[in-house]
Design a protein around this ligand. Sequence first.
Ligand SMILES: C[S@@+](CC[C@H](N)C(=O)[O-])C[C@H]1O[C@@H](n2cnc3c(N)ncnc32)[C@H](O)[C@@H]1O
Length: 271
Amino acid sequence: MKLKCSSAATPRTSHLHHSPITLLLFHLCRSELRCEDFWHDWKEQLLVAASASLSKSPADKDAEDQPERITKTCQQLECVCYGLGPFASCVSARYQLAMLLLLLEAGQIPLKDCSVYDPVFSSGERDVLRDLGLTVLSENEEGKRLVEKPTFFYLMHCGKALYNNLLWKNWSARGLPLMIIIGNSFTGMRERTIEKEFKRDYSYISKAVDFSVERKLACPSHLIDVFNDTAVITFPSNSLNGLPQSTWAESPEPQYQHSPDLEIILKETRS
Ligand SMILES: C[S@@+](CC[C@H](N)C(=O)[O-])C[C@H]1O[C@@H](n2cnc3c(N)ncnc32)[C@H](O)[C@@H]1O
């Protein structure tokens, strides 16, 4: 079964944008995912990453494996989801939304603390997200969100520019460890991109790939198009503290002048 989002393959028929139907389809996806074994792996990996990221004192570290404590620390996480896609018409995006809600529930992260944005969302889709209790952003941040507290980013199959912008905005030994990303493997991106272009256009991913920690997430074969090539990516302070100061010294804003097929929708600029 092919589940990739494509506006050609999945015409955005108006009845599918009707909120109650979309909500019903979403609930079906969530019930289905709940019965799958692999989602428990996602839950565990997120909780462990969150616990490591939020633990400050050695006493916290000793308590890392206490489930109650882990969940308590998760509640302090903020969540940002970019690039979910048109989930009213795209089955893949709908499953990804269902997984996001399961993860928020597992971590007891309040739904209002999860902000979602995709420039392709229809007004019906924005209504559904609000009905679910999520916060819908109105501004295209281009992924350039400055993190002030531990934050879980959910970027499923997003363009490299979105990840690169996010890394740029938080490019410091203090900022990066605050982020937990569930998204495409940086190692996979490096393998699939011509080295010269990867270093030139996506310099922040290209550098981060050497010191970030990636834990591959399980994906069953029948949902390969939805959840493949996904990892929990973290930036442990201890690996960052050993890096030379020059790592952080020059960090120009990404421009992408040479990128032929930029997989990001940029902010509309007023003329
Ligand atoms: C390859 S699609 C992935 C869609 C879906 N998650 C999937 O796996 O099929 C990339 C998504 O990123 C979204 N996107 C592009 N620019 C964006 C931006 N500036 N902020 C948030 N999302 C963006 C696109 O609209 C698109 O839905």
